[in-house]
Design a protein around this ligand. Structure first.
Ligand code: GDP
Ligand code: IMO
Ligand code: MG
Length: 431
């Protein structure tokens, strides 16, 4: 919890997403009164494992399985009512009650946003982003164009009119891309999906819809502790990520201010989470990517398949210049390293310390630069070749793991506060 009173802590990903945010938020939740999502939407897949159960959350904050905690979906989030209803239905099987508030100012993802996502991706051909096709980009586009529909509008009398006129606009846009065959969303006939969407709206409007900026600031004033949970990762940030291969929201700490209505002076601790190696799902630069058998080995050991789409994740070694860039952008104060156990059987482990381009050394990479000719330069460290199953402190850890952590800490100049050694809630080393 923040050592500063009345400030919200932030936990966010420092790579290309899937760093293990869901698991670690679940671990930290007992220290907090409020867990709040501030951006993204159902493109996220946050996995929690406990009591031999595995749950994947898309829109709902990862504090939902704890009692006495309020979970909040902030104004910066975009919500698909169909996916939201599915999530609530599966939670209802696990929990007798849940505590969830939703910002009236969050935006809705319409069926036609998903349609447009597919149309735009198809139009990009080989340069496609590799979107999750959940309608994220088009929903945020409409928010910025001031034609989007907010969750709070569901209960307003002109909701249906607003919906119809936005849908017609989307159909015209899709037609302009030459898309005039039968409209479909994720393989389902548009009309059928639209019906499902309307059927799902009730679940959303029955939730407590609030002005979350007021709720969160009052919570802080009243001495409650708040953890803001990031989605995606810093290298997918719309401004600072590997543009255009990014998502459509600000995934960095500043995004928590905008996506929750928190003043910058109200941010306390910033926890930056990274995997002990790197993964990326979708297109775009990935300088330390491993191909062939080596990539397969990491993918299989780390079970690196997307939580939302099931796509194989691209895998590679830890990229320290990229990590340092992410730490700078977010003002990270403490690091959290996950998936250390995935490297248990590796004889040696590589770690990228800098890049070379035309014999010039580059140490801090602005991720929008052309990375095609960038040659990563590695330091090779010895693997620990041991299970971490029974390790619950860094002191007890194999010397080689200590060396790995120390190397990262010295480079980034920040402490690694937590190390995750497995997907379960209990598999964590706290310093
Ligand atoms: P998120 O999007 O950042 O919440 O991460 P995801 O849930 O998409 O992906 C992380 C995956 O790794 C999930 O399947 C987690 O259950 C799993 N996981 C999290 N931490 C660890 C860990 O320390 N070790 C292993 N082996 N798996 C982990
Ligand atoms: P969590 O929160 C990993 C990637 C997509 C694609 C790009 C744009 O689970 O870490 P979008 O659907 O946003 O238009 O896709 O961003 N992407 C993610 N990759 N984890 C995520 O979320 C992601 N959300 C989006 O694969 O490359
Ligand atoms: Mg994920």
């Amino acid at each position: 919890m923040s050592e500063y009173n009345n400030k919200a802590d932030v936990l966010l990903g420092l790579q290309w997403g899937d760093e293990g945010k869901g698991k670690v938020v679940d671990v930290l939740t007992p220290k907090y009164n409020v867990i709040a999502r501030f951006q993204g939407g159902p493109n996220a897949g946050h996995t929690l494992e406990f009591d031999n159960k595995k749950i994947i959350l898309h829109t709902i904050p990862s504090g939902i399985f704890h009692n006495n905690v309020t979970n909040l979906i902030g104004n910066g989030v975009v919500i698909d009512p169909v996916i939201f209803r599915e999530e609530i239905n599966s939670l209802n099987k696990e929990m007798s009650s849940i505590s969830l508030l939703i910002s009236k100012k969050s935006h809705l993802i319409l069926p036609s946003h998903r349609l447009l996502d597919a149309v735009y991706e198809r139009n990009k051909g080989n340069n496609k982003i590799g979107s999750t096709l959940k309608g994220i980009g088009p929903a945020y586009t409409d928010k910025a164009a001031r034609v989007g529909i907010r969750t709070g509008s569901i209960v307003e009398p002109d909701f249906r009119d607003k919906y119809e006129s936005l849908k017609q606009l989307h159909f015209r846009q899709a037609s302009a891309f030459g898309y005039d065959d039968k409209f479909e969303v994720g393989g389902v006939d548009f009309c059928e999906y639209e019906k499902l969407w309307f059927d799902s709206l009730g679940m959303l409007s029955d939730m407590q819809l609030v002005n979350s900026e007021v709720f969160i600031n009052r919570s802080l004033q009243n001495g409650n502790s708040v953890l803001a949970e990031g989605a995606q990762g810093t290298l997918l940030d719309i401004d600072f990520g590997s543009y255009p291969y990014v998502t459509s929201s600000n995934t960095v700490t500043a995004g928590a201010c905008i996506g929750l209505g928190l003043a910058p002076t109200k941010i306390g601790e910033v926890f930056g989470i990274f995997k002990a190696y790197c993964t990326r799902v979708g297109g775009g630069p990935f300088p330390t990517e491993l191909f062939g058998e080596k990539g397969d080995e990491l993918r299989n050991k780390g079970k690196e398949f997307g939580s939302t789409t099931g796509r194989p994740r691209r895998c590679g070694w830890l990229d320290l210049p990229a990590l340092k860039y992410a730490v700078m952008l977010n003002g990270v104060k403490k690091l959290i390293m996950t998936k250390a156990d995935v490297l248990n059987s590796f004889e040696s482990i590589k770690i990228c310390t800098h890049y070379e381009i035309d014999n010039k050394k580059i140490e801090l990479i602005p991720y929008n630069m052309d990375t095609k000719n960038l040659k990563p330069v590695y330091k090779t460290l010895k693997g620990w070749k041991k299970s971490l199953e029974t390790v619950d402190s860094l002191e007890q850890s194999p010397e080689e793991l200590k060396d790995y952590v120390k190397f990262i800490e010295d480079y980034i100049e920040l402490p690694v506060w937590l190390i995750s050694t497995g997907p379960d809630r209990k598999q964590i080393i706290q310093r």
